[in-house]
Write a protein of this length. Structure first.
Lengths: 316, 391, 98
């Protein structure tokens, strides 16, 4: 049974990813990885897509990982994980080898776009693995280019806030809905500013993996001081405001039942979230009022959609 | 004393490859269907679904994922088989290099089919050649029997602790993949187990012995890591030879790197890969009756290129005709031609080299075509000729 | 870096790194421009800084009190900003400009 915590001090001490990596000061990825590896019980392997986490934690000849860790290519974390999972199943059956959990991790780069096919295939084939997408809302490792996960209006190096087109015109792709469309046992969004909520969701995932019920998908909003253009100390604050403005709702789809796990009854104005980030600054200018309104509408529509869906007994 | 527990039957090349992987007691199969490899995958899924083969069959959603999943499964210590052709190989191209560099002993059945465009489902060697720089061992089967045997031997070679490289068994599209030929197969996987015990992986994924596989290596280490892989691949020939010897004994059928036919006193030697070798041998028979001193060198092992063996055979010929079932557009010669030319370059007395492009997209070749080649090359200026092309 | 072989023939096969967690050899503390300083009197041992640190640079003691591991702290300032009782202050490395 997964470890339950009531206080943060209940969180186990052992670290599975250590210091000395080359991630930016204030990077939002590793706090989640640290917590996740503690919450998922038992022996495990991480399969990592090409990206910030992979590149910065395994710069030869140094590795920050204390568990088995595999990197294959950019778009195939889910496929590689599927292969490992198949091997674990058959080798345990045929040769009595010990089983271990398989965790695939990819950025929004390696998941929303180039990695979507492999993810969908692995979910459809019902492999027993967890896929975590750390979503910093752009292809950060290659220089902050836009991805399918970039929010509407955000400035990136391939969707700059130009005179004619101010940022990314299209809205953020709904990856949670795509994952849930595969009717898998568990899908959830997680956020570092809500560590207890995050832990509880990982605990559920751990049990599902232990019982070999099927695949799990987690979407982790990853504040990136470098790419979001903010001070390195703002990571947790940005994560918190994303939830408090309803920009990034925290919810789960547990065997088809959608539950908003952190209710935001009185949302803060979206400007509170936008103004702390350089990538959204231009949205606060008068000439971009329309775009800002579109973004706000999208946020509100999304929240109301989730509230309506949470009334249903099951989405499946 | 070779294995007596073999039965004579008739199978297509695809079926034979599937039976070989079955008899090799493969653990994980990850493959995506593409003509003309489909029957390999279909048969294997039947063996698994009927409970005859205890394996995980992973019906991946693309060839790229097929090889990606194969890499994962192989790192985890499983005996892995995959299969593809043509466009499928092209789609998994980036992973070919990764599979070799990570030293995953995956065995692949490759039904050699032409690359698009135009789309064509028949035989060319484009796909096999495309993989030639990636660090995969490559065999070419000439018959359905060879396809069966080379897959089984292939597992033992690939998984050998002194080898540990992935391996391709090439078989010509439709000519072998879909043609029924008579062959001997073993009575079952228990029999093959005597030759090929379960895999003993080196450094598999093991939470009790954690490692990082596939790191980022920058300017200060990439070259050393590549050099190590390069030298390791150069060193495997004696080990391939050793296993082929063992297999020759086990099966009662002889397997070497090359096959020599009437080469000892030949003035003109044809060099060729794949099933068309048989056609050239038949042409040689007819030409020899007319007193023409011709011979055929066909290669079973293509990568690592058996340069020493090839040089020994060709050194005394006047003319070497290299037959390529592909063309390397913009290159001074087609792919096998380049390998042979480089191999012969160090000889003080080099034979005349001619490149014949034949059989693209499944175009048939007949013994009379070989006679035609000899006519054409009477003109000493001819260095390259596309056999059978209209216009 | 010095603990790892240099020549190609001495490297572990296939580019594998077979020393888990050896990035501890890389002291990223040299990146810092600002350093966090903990006022242990104010600290309530809530452990939020320990959870949030991207670099595992907060040492969690047996009694849940904390200290900064200056070998690895990159000076991002998350701990100082997030501390609910403002027990952590960011000061300039090397004493700053006097």
């Amino acid at each position: 049974m997964a470890i339950k915590i009531r206080r943060l001090s209940d969180i186990p001490r052992e670290e599975y990813i250590v210091s000395g990596h080359a991630l930016c000061p204030g990077c939002g990825i590793t706090p989640m990885i640290r917590l996740m590896l503690k919450a998922i019980e038992g022996p495990k392997v991480v399969v990592n897509a090409t990206g910030c986490l992979e590149v910065c934690t395994t710069l030869y000849p140094h590795t920050s990982w204390k568990i088995p860790w595999v990197h294959n290519a950019f778009e195939n974390a889910a496929a590689t994980a599927a292969g490992i999972e198949a091997a674990v199943k058959v080798l345990s059956r045929k040769r009595g080898w010990k089983k271990y959990k398989v965790i695939a991790i990819g950025g929004d780069g390696g998941t929303y776009d180039i990695g979507l096919q492999a993810l969908s295939g692995a979910l459809e084939r019902w492999h027993n693995f967890m896929y975590i997408c750390y979503d910093n809302e752009a292809y950060m490792n290659t220089g902050i280019q836009r991805s399918g996960g970039t929010p509407m209006g955000a400035a990136t190096t391939t969707s700059p806030a130009g005179r004619v087109i101010p940022g990314k015109p299209q809205p953020k792709k709904d990856l949670v809905a795509i994952a849930a469309a595969h009717r898998i046992p568990y899908v959830a969004t997680i956020n570092i500013a809500y560590p207890t909520d995050m832990w509880n969701k990982f605990a559920k995932a751990s049990d599902i993996l232990e019982n070999e019920e099927g695949p799990v998908f987690m979407l982790y909003l990853t504040p990136c001081p470098t790419g979001w253009r903010m001070d390195s100390s703002m990571t947790i604050e940005a994560a918190r405001l994303a939830v408090q403005t309803r920009m990034f709702p925290l919810y789960e789809i547990d065997h088809g039942k959608l539950r908003i796990t952190v209710r935001v009854a009185k949302p803060k104005p979206l400007e509170e979230y936008l103004k702390i980030q350089g990538r959204f600054k231009h949205l606060l200018l008068p000439e971009n009022k329309e775009l800002l309104e579109s973004l706000k509408k999208w946020v509100e529509d999304n929240w109301r959609r989730l509230e309506r869906l949470s009334q249903l007994e099951s989405l499946y | 004393m070779s294995c007596e527990k073999q039965v004579r039957t008739g199978l297509t090349g695809d079926e034979a490859v599937a039976y070989a992987a079955f008899h090799a007691d493969v653990d994980v199969i990850a493959a995506y269907p593409i003509t003309p490899q489909t029957v390999m995958v279909e048969r294997l899924s039947e063996f698994v679904h009927n409970g005859e083969l205890d394996a995980e069959f992973v019906p991946v959603e693309s060839e790229h994922s097929a090889l990606s999943a194969s890499v994962g499964a192989s790192l985890a210590g499983a005996r892995v088989f995959t299969a593809t052709a043509s466009q499928g190989l092209a789609l998994m191209y980036e992973i070919l290099y990764i599979a070799s560099a990570l030293r995953t002993p995956i065995v692949m059945g490759l039904a050699n089919r032409a690359f698009s465009a135009p789309i064509n489902i028949h035989c060319s060697h484009d796909d096999a050649y495309a993989a030639r720089d990636a660090g995969w061992i490559q065999f070419f089967a000439e018959t359905v029997q060879e396809a069966y045997d080379l897959v089984i031997a292939g597992f033992k070679i690939a998984e050998d602790k002194n080898v540990l490289f992935p391996l391709i068994v090439n078989l010509d599209a439709f000519i072998l993949s879909h043609s029924i030929e008579p062959l001997y197969i073993y009575e079952g996987k228990e029999v093959v187990r005597e030759f090929l015990p379960p895999r003993e992986p080196v450094n598999p994924i093991d939470p009790d012995n954690p490692m990082t596989y596939g790191p980022l290596a920058l300017q200060n280490y990439y070259m050393e890591i590549k050099k190590q892989q390069y030298e390791a691949f150069k060193s495997i020939n004696p080990h391939i030879k050793k296993v082929l010897e063992e297999y020759s004994e086990f099966s009662g059928r002889r397997y070497d790197f090359i096959k020599k036919y009437h080469v000892d006193d030949a003035d003109i030697i044809f060099v060729i890969l794949g099933s068309a070798a048989g056609t050239v041998r038949e042409a040689v028979n007819r030409l020899r009756k007319e007193g023409v001193k011709v011979g055929v060198l066909s290669l079973t092992l293509y990568r690592p290129f058996p340069a020493n063996e090839v040089r020994e055979v060709l050194r005394n010929a006047n003319t070497v005709i290299v037959m390529d079932r592909s063309c390397s557009i913009g290159s001074p010669g087609a792919q096998l031609y380049l390998d042979v030319a480089t191999t012969l370059y160090s000889l003080p007395d080099r034979p005349r080299l001619v490149n014949i492009i034949y059989g693209l997209g499944g175009r048939d070749m007949f013994p009379d075509d070989i006679k035609k080649v000899l006519e054409v090359i009477k003109d000493p200026k001819v260095t390259e000729y596309w056999l059978g092309v209209r216009g | 870096m010095s603990s790892w072989p240099s020549k190609w023939m001495d490297l572990p096969m296939a580019g594998i790194i077979n020393k888990p967690g050896n990035s501890l050899e890389v002291k990223t503390g040299t990146w810092r421009a600002l350093r966090p300083v903990i006022n242990h009197e104010k600290c309530t041992k809530c452990l939020l800084c320990w959870i949030y640190c991207p670099d595992n640079a907060i040492i969690r003691h047996e009694d849940n009190s904390v200290d900064i591991n200056y070998d690895y702290c990159k000076g991002c300032g998350i701990c100082a900003r997030e501390c609910p009782v403002k027990a952590i202050e960011m000061v300039e490395e090397g004493g700053g400009m006097e």
